[in-house]
Design a protein around this ligand. Structure first.
Ligand SMILES: [Mg+2]
Length: 401
């Protein structure tokens, strides 16, 4: 067993809805902004400086911050931004566990040769999200999911915080117990009644005392978190049915070397994601949007599933050639490429891997087991040796709920 290392990333967009509004309206930048006039759905950091918080009533928020600017929610813009950010997450690592529309755990183990150390991956992700989607992302890097989640909160706004294994106690113990993942206001109040304010206070108490005060499952849970025990693995979501990417173009784009370069970049991005996920697909789809907002799609199905750049590029170029008269007639504003018809038994394929038969092959094999026997089959194996089953909460659950 290698020594434990900080390989779990928790990536969380800062003040997500408010940041999208500030990104899209220069008038809102650097100013106190909330999304939602009745109830505050999100508050920019400038508004938070006045004590404005999400879930607060709009009247109270305006009283706290007289110059407050209110934006109406634009859900489609948030969904689109979230999709673009999650695409970058999946470009960065093979296993991404979504927690909500704006946060996820990423497993950065074993990617040194293809993508760098967990800290390098985290730094690149922050830069990519800023440059390509225009939003601030904070990332915590630590040995467990709970520690990574606490670290990203401490990193905000727009920060990166790494908690190395030998620094965990020094990082965690001075924090308020409310910083722990799953400890909400009710649990915090019960702990305060026992004279427990910080995580250090909590760690000093025997488990039986916490079980007596909070109940069996929550008592054991907070005791384990205070002692930095959390064996929950990062779990990838549902298997994707397709992998795609798209690229907006200047109006009136015609066929030619520039368009070919863009197409090649899309192919490169899509096939790299396929290979990282240990997947291969048979159908290549080219999507086009024209100056007059009409759309067209062309597809080609290959004899064998592939994740190879050359195979997919050849098919994509053939599709582009077929569509050239249409493109030159109408002018192009967007080109997209999707590989679909993904093979369900990727574990049995030999893929041309970039970095040798390592992480991607392992992932493909694990996915194959999950498909056949369900997620629990794999999870059980990784939990062996951690003692009696812990009543771990599911992502997003609070102890008191
Ligand atoms: Mg967030």
């Amino acid at each position: 067993m290698p020594p434990p290392a900080a390989t779990v990333l928790h990536a969380d967009l800062d003040a997500f809805f408010a940041s999208v509004e500030q990104r899209d309206d220069p008038h809102l930048r650097g100013r106190p902004v909330v999304v939602g006039g009745g109830v505050v759905l999100a508050a920019s950091y400038e508004a938070r400086a006045y004590g404005v918080r999400s879930a607060m009533g709009g009247r109270r928020a305006r009283a706290l911050c007289p110059g407050l600017l209110v934006a109406e929610p634009r859900w489609s813009a948030y969904v689109e931004a979230s999709r673009a950010v999650f695409d970058l997450f999946r470009d960065a690592v093979p296993v991404v566990e979504a927690l909500s529309i704006d946060e996820a755990f990423l497993d950065a183990r074993g990617l040194e040769r293809i993508a760098g150390t967990p800290v390098q991956i985290a730094a690149r992700l922050r830069r990519d999200v800023r440059e390509r989607v225009g939003l601030p992302l904070s990332v915590g890097v630590a040995r467990t999911k709970s520690l990574a989640k606490v670290a990203s909160a401490a990193a905000k706004p727009d920060g990166l915080l790494v908690v190395e294994p030998d620094a965990e106690e020094a990082f965690l113990h001075p924090l308020d117990v409310g910083a722990l993942w799953g400890v909400g206001p009710i649990t915090r109040r019960k702990l305060a009644a026992l004279g427990i304010g910080t995580v250090g206070d909590l760690a000093a108490r025997p488990e039986e005392e916490l079980v007596a005060a909070l109940g069996r499952a929550p008592g054991r849970h907070v005791h384990a978190l205070a002692h930095r025990r959390d064996p929950r693995p990062v779990r990838g979501g549902r298997r994707r049915r397709s992998v795609g990417a798209q690229c907006a173009l200047p109006r009136g784009t015609r066929a030619g070397p520039d368009l070919d370069t863009r197409l090649a970049a899309l192919v490169d991005r899509v096939t790299r994601r396929l290979r990282r996920a240990g997947r291969a697909g048979r159908t290549v789809v080219l999507r086009l949007r024209f100056d007059d907002y009409t759309r067209a799609a062309r597809s080609r199905t290959l004899p064998e599933p592939t994740a190879g750049t050359a195979d997919v590029l050849a098919a994509a170029r053939a599709l582009l050639r077929e569509a050239t008269p249409l493109i030159d007639h109408r002018g192009l504003t967007l080109v997209g490429l999707t590989v679909t018809n993904l093979d369900a038994a990727a574990g049995q394929l030999t893929l041309p891997l970039d970095g040798g038969p390592d992480r991607a092959a392992l992932e493909a094999a694990l996915d194959g087991v999950r498909d056949r026997y369900g997620t629990a089959a794999v999870t059980r194996g990784t939990l062996v040796g951690t003692g009696p089953a812990q009543p771990w909460l599911q992502p997003g659950e609070e102890l008191e709920r």
